[in-house]
Design a protein around this ligand. Structure first.
Ligand code: GDP
Length: 425
């Protein structure tokens, strides 16, 4: 086993950071293939919190190479602030970070447009980091790529064309279009540094796979935010599913051997859009507080609900998930009872599959599990869990047909049940 994709099976924030960090102990290379500085993985190492937004979480393992693939959109200011912060904490990054020459650069007008839209009536709850507008420019064939940074005159002409295209949009939203010079100046200080990290990521990732290295592809956000397979239009603007690992890093599907899906033992969602098992009551608030369910980039409270098995089955299908990492099971400790949605019913009472449209109209049908009060963090095997917690894990496995290979029972790296390693060397 030498290549694996780790993908969020819900709406993101599944605790991917911790799982990726664990798995990277055995990874020689960690590749991010989609998204931008909205990811915000929280890593806790020796009691210290580090949030990485662009750099793959593998950066904390001194031996692993970190690749930012061409499926990403990169804000250079955020990237270098992150690298400087890592260095300040003693993490050596030199020679360990590769930035794809084809990745797109987030520019000040992308942030401006994102901000103006989110301030208006049609907001969808983005992180306002300019990611959506940057992908819009990519698809509209007027984006600035990392390789373009080598030629200042090229930067100016690309920026000029993009600003002209966006000007009516900015004005309609009540803003004032930015000037070409100001935009060019804003990235000038980062240009040489970015070129110093630049490489053809496809060649590098392919080379690692050919030499039988362990390569981990780290997804951003979650399946239900995928632009094709998520709850459109309340989605991110890039592929969050495992298939994106190929297009976003420049390797073919035959290279991917294993796909691990991450799911919390409950569910959360940030921003607008359907959420069938949402809890708008005291239980939801209690889970939000004990799970620390507040955005790591924005600090906003996340919507909280029960685990949704029909959506996990859907995620298993569209990603090809062959193992689960179940996180935050410990957060449910102390509740009187725990519910898990095992199917959907229509208002007329029939059982439904996950609908492509109209997810907001389904009625989740629940199975109820007894609560437990024993802390879980010392458990190192599934058998060591209280009977009811164990029953939830087994129910997830049976109802989705996918085994749990990791169960996370606390924030710290050590608070983890590992049933099977991702890379079996
Ligand atoms: P991510 O971006 O997918 O990593 O998700 P978040 O930004 O929501 O980070 C997850 C948060 O939950 C971090 O603070 C982690 O330390 C924490 N966390 C991860 N796994 C567990 C777990 O099993 N139990 C508890 N209590 N916290 C966890």
């Amino acid at each position: 086993m030498s290549t694996a994709v780790i993908v969020g099976a819900q709406w993101g924030d599944e605790g991917k950071g911790k799982v990726v960090d664990l798995v990277t102990e055995a990874a020689d290379m960690v590749v991010r293939y989609a998204g931008g500085p909205n990811a915000g993985h929280t890593l806790v190492v020796g009691g210290q919190k580090i949030v990485v937004r662009l750099v793959p979480s593998g950066i904390l393992q001194p031996h692993s190479m970190c690749v930012m693939g061409q499926g990403m959109v990169v804000d250079l200011e955020v990237l270098f602030a992150e690298i400087d912060a890592l260095e300040a904490r003693g993490v050596r990054t030199g020679g360990r970070i590769v930035l794809s020459d084809r990745a797109h650069v987030i520019l000040p007008y992308h942030l401006q447009i994102d901000g103006l839209r989110e301030a208006g009536p049609k907001k969808i709850g983005t992180t306002k980091k300019g990611i959506g507008p940057c992908y819009e420019d990519k698809v509209a064939r007027r984006g600035l790529r990392v390789a373009d940074l080598a030629e200042p005159s090229r930067i100016a002409s690309i920026v000029e064309a993009a600003l002209a295209a966006w000007a009516p949009v900015v004005r309609a939203l009540g803003g004032e279009p930015l000037g070409v010079d100001a935009v060019v100046r804003s990235i000038d200080g980062f240009r040489k540094r970015a070129l110093g990290l630049m490489a053809d990521a496809s060649v590098i990732v392919d080379g690692a796979i050919r030499s039988k290295k362990n390569v981990l592809f780290e997804g951003a956000q979650g399946t239900l935010l995928d632009v094709d397979h998520g709850t459109y239009p309340f989605v991110t603007s890039s592929p969050a599913v495992a298939g994106g690992a190929c297009t976003g890093s420049g390797i073919g599907p035959s290279r991917i051997q294993h796909v691990m899906g991450i799911t919390k033992a409950y569910a959360t969602r940030v921003g607008e859009g359907p959420f069938p098992t949402e809890l708008n009551d005291d239980i939801g608030e209690r889970i939000r507080q004990s799970g620390g369910e507040f955005g790591s980039v924005t600090g906003r409270p996340r919507r909280v609900g029960w685990l949704d098995i029909p959506l996990l089955r859907y995620a298993a299908r569209v990603n090809g998930i062959d193992a689960w990492a179940i996180t935050k099971l410990d957060v449910l400790t102390g509740l009187d009872e725990i519910r898990v949605a095992h199917a959907y019913g229509s208002p007329a009472g029939e059982t439904l599959d996950v609908p492509a449209f109209g997810l907001d109209a389904v009625v989740p049908l629940y199975r109820t599990f007894e609560g437990w009060t024993t802390p879980l963090s010392a458990a190192r095997t599934i058998d060591a869990l209280p009977a009811s917690a164990r029953a939830i894990v087994r129910f997830i496995e049976e109802a989705t047909g996918v085994p749990a290979h990791i169960v996370s029972v606390g924030q710290e790296r050590a608070d983890t049940i590992i049933v099977e390693d991702v890379f079996r060397r």
